[in-house]
Design a protein around this ligand. Structure first.
Ligand code: AMP
Ligand code: MG
Length: 415
């Protein structure tokens, strides 16, 4: 090592909560953009939506049957049916043009507009039509308004149907379609630049060979960025060359920059110095395990996260800091996105007061088993794990048998 390059070490480390609150205070949702209706599922609504129309906009039949004046059917029964003259048909999208007078009926299908003059629909099951005679016998009385959907039955004009901040579900977008929206104001999706650094890295898709390892962090980060509703920008793997890293970090398109690797205080760890020169390095070194050599700062309008290269550290630092920030920028919640389950702990977890731990646990026979944890480099620990337990800063650890809340990795687990 040249004489002028010294390992600095972290003088002091910030608490996880301090960093979290800094990020919370400095993050607001991005501005809105107009999104075509068919691309809106999963997007976050930027403003309230008020219906400008009634749905339905006309009274409609809720049944296949006959539109009549309801009171004319009073007294009808199997033994004493009442006959009506059938004057035509009303179909969905194809109304009967005339009006129903006394003693008349219009054959009508579900969803068809109720013809003028009629006020009820008697269902086909209690009607006997004689096509030749042009008559229908009704054997059950139907009250006025029966089997008729009124104007605005589904959605009323002026109604606030969806609120800003709503993450649009498929049926929400269906409703937007039904009130005639073609485009929707959604919070812009954050754009995330990945800066994957390391002389030792081969790109995803390569085979590990010799002293080279294959980049896995970008693959994990892209998956998480996608989960969090953001878009990852195209990227390249960069050598540990300061100029290259500085250039990639300064990506003008990015709302968030995730730098993987070189975040610590080693000889090849350029990112912290570069960030403090080009922007601000607000935190460097966090009291947590793994991920303590994490750095956080800003460059232009972007948040920059310096994530340690060790795969578990990279994942945990993303989950603690980058993930919540990305979600908030996208108008979502900064809370942990995982479902939570509780199990008794199979073995104690040792921690240290003052440090927050992110412990992977497997599920065995109804117990959460902490996985041999020293290895921040052991990506497979996150694969064997059902989820993670967080040991808060104030705790010395968690005793065997205590119930622990596990942040589940699998979103679809249903038990
Ligand atoms: P660094 O944070 O650059 O000191 O890297 C810490 C460890 O993580 C080293 O063993 C690296 O080889 C490894 N590492 C760095 N970047 C990646 C990556 N993108 N994918 C997998 N491992 C990585
Ligand atoms: Mg490195």
């Amino acid at each position: 090592m040249p004489r002028d390059v010294r390992m600095r070490g972290f003088a002091e480390r910030a608490d996880v909560e301090e960093v979290e609150s800094f990020l919370r205070q400095n993050t607001t949702a991005l501005l809105s953009e107009v999104v075509p209706l068919l691309e809106c599922v999963g997007r976050v609504l930027a403003r309230d939506v008020v219906a400008e129309v009634d749905v339905p906009g006309f009274p409609r039949s809720a049944m296949d049957g006959y539109a009549i004046r309801g009171e004319e059917s009073f007294g009808a029964s199997d033994y004493d049916p009442i006959a009506f003259g059938v004057i035509g048909t009303a179909l969905p999208g194809n109304p009967y043009p005339g009006s129903v007078e006394a003693g008349q009926a219009v054959r009508i299908m579900t969803g068809a507009p109720l013809p003028g003059g009629a006020d009820a629909v008697v269902m086909a099951e209690v009607c006997q039509e004689d096509l030749k005679a042009g008559r229908v016998e009704v054997s059950e009385a139907v009250a006025p308004r029966k089997n008729v959907g009124v104007i605005g039955e589904d959605i009323r004009k002026g109604e606030r149907v969806l609120f800003a901040g709503r993450r649009l579900r498929p049926q929400d977008v269906g409703l937007l379609s039904s009130i005639g929206h073609a485009r929707v104001d959604c919070v812009r999706r954050p754009r995330v630049a990945l800066v994957i650094t390391g002389d030792e890295l081969l790109p995803a898709g390569a085979r590990p060979s010799g002293a080279k390892i294959v980049d896995s962090n970008s693959v994990v980060m892209r998956g998480l960025v996608d989960r969090d509703g953001a878009e990852s920008l195209p990227f390249q793997i960069l050598p540990d060359v300061p100029e290259r890293i500085a250039e990639a970090m300064s990506n003008q398109e990015a709302d968030v920059v995730l730098v993987s690797g070189g975040s610590s205080v080693g000889q090849e760890d350029h990112a912290p110095r570069l960030l403090s020169q080009l922007g601000s390095l607000d935190f460097h070194g966090i009291s947590m395990r793994p991920s303590s050599p994490t750095g956080i700062g800003r460059l232009g309008d972007a948040f920059v996260f310096l994530l340690p290269g060790n795969p578990v550290s990279c994942l945990a630092a993303y989950e603690f800091f980058a993930g919540p920030t990305i979600r908030r920028l996208g108008g979502r919640s900064g809370a942990w996105p995982h479902r939570v389950a509780s199990w008794p702990l199979a073995r104690k977890i040792a921690s240290a007061i003052g440090r927050t731990d992110y412990v992977r646990v497997a599920l065995e026979e109804g117990h959460a088993v902490p996985l041999a944890t020293s290895g921040a480099s052991i990506l497979s620990s996150t694969v064997r794990a059902v989820g993670a337990v967080i040991v808060p800063r104030e705790w010395e650890g968690i005793a065997e048998g205590d119930s622990v809340e596990v942040l589940l990795y699998d979103e679809d687990r249903s038990e």
